[in-house]
Design a protein around this ligand. Structure first.
Ligand code: SF4
Length: 352
């Protein structure tokens, strides 16, 4: 009997499903979806119980298709997915740049991610490949095999900004098995195996952390050579966090600006001013211009991963901007930070 499961079957993010022509439609405002996000599928579902996730054990109760980062994930045979990627790679109409192999928390997650990666390369697909891993089931030996199979980058989905938040939304207190120390160790393993800047973390803003905790984790990740992929919390229906509000725009804009400054080595820890955990101001470099800050508000992560509309509804203000922002978009995003130093920067440029 043929069992429907990874590595032979994968879920596709709804955007990737449209790009590959399985579902009809196009993104609003013509945003290209330049990464094909794959997610593993197992009939017995995810073994973890993260409170914010539609795949969580006590939410999904098996393999039923539930949403994740706001979108549906239709189930497709891997061979068909790879055939369509092959047809479309290199075609400017699609602009494909990367494939992301995403894991569930499952004992087969790593061997199957390695196998999926191997099959992508066997098909002659030349796009970059990222591995999005759960550190509970992915160890250094798996990372080495992922690299050998043809992956270029790796992100450790730590998601929470501090041990306090991690435990409260995905650790033992919520009947889940993830462990903060293991995730912290996996960041170093990922950097060792894939190299600085080819390894990173996923960080969700809005899970209950303070802004100070989020900035501190970003500073830590950067100091270890890891890049930072930011996500804005958006409540998934039928999860225990479905009634929690999406992260406010002003908070997210401050975290985006902080990430960009940290990753470009333009600030030091002492340049951040906090009051009761809230970021009150940043000591900006004196020669920075508004224009230079535009990329701070683009989707961050592996190059080419733009995840259009995965953090908000189309029509809402875009939190991760999936294209290079215009000057007016940049000014509006900067104003939303509500930081005094940023206001001064904008006023000075207008006065020139
Ligand atoms: S940033 Fe994008 S491509 Fe990279 S691991 Fe995360 S989801 Fe995958």
């Amino acid at each position: 009997m043929n069992v429907i499961s990874s590595p032979d079957w994968v879920r596709l993010s709804f955007g990737a499903d449209m790009v590959l022509g399985f579902s009809p439609g196009k993104f609003l405002k013509g945003a290209l979806n330049t990464t094909i996000n794959l997610l593993q599928y197992y009939p017995d579902g995810c073994k973890a119980n993260c409170l914010y996730c539609g795949q969580a054990r006590e939410v999904a109760k098996g393999a039923d298709c539930k949403t994740l980062i706001r979108v549906d994930w239709p189930l497709r045979p891997l061979t068909q997915v790879l055939d369509r990627i092959k047809e479309r790679q290199g075609d400017p109409e699609y602009g494909l740049q990367r494939i992301c192999v995403g894991q569930l928390a499952h004992p087969r997650a790593s061997p199957d991610a390695i196998e999926i990666t191997r099959r992508i390369r066997e098909e002659g697909i030349e796009l970059q490949i990222s591995e999005l891993v759960t550190a509970t089931y992915t160890f250094k030996n798996h990372m080495i095999e992922m690299r050998k199979a043809g992956a270029d980058m790796i992100d450790v989905a730590i998601d929470a900004a501090s041990k306090r938040v991690f435990d409260s939304v995905r650790g033992k207190p919520v009947r889940s098995m993830h462990n903060w120390d293991r995730y912290i160790k996996a960041i170093d393993e990922a950097v060792e195996v894939f190299g600085k800047k080819n390894a990173g973390i996923h960080l969700i803003i809005g899970l209950g952390e303070t802004e100070e905790e989020a900035v501190n984790l970003m500073l830590y990740a950067h100091s270890r050579g890891a890049k930072i992929s930011l996500f804005a919390f958006y409540p998934e229906s039928s999860t225990p966090m479905e009634k929690k509000k999406p992260v406010p725009l002003n908070v997210y804009r401050r975290m985006q600006l902080s990430r960009w400054l940290i990753e470009n080595d333009l600030v030091k820890p002492e340049d951040f001013v906090f009051e009761n955990g809230v970021l009150k101001d940043i000591n900006l470099p004196s020669d920075i211009s508004v224009k230079e800050l535009s990329p701070a508000f683009m989707t961050s992560g592996c190059p080419g991963c733009n995840r259009p509309y995965s953090n908000e509804k189309p029509g809402d203000r875009l939190k991760n901007i999936p294209w290079y922002p215009s000057e007016s978009q940049t000014i509006s995003a900067l104003k939303a930070t509500r930081l005094e130093s940023v206001k001064r920067l904008i006023d000075n440029e207008i006065a020139k």
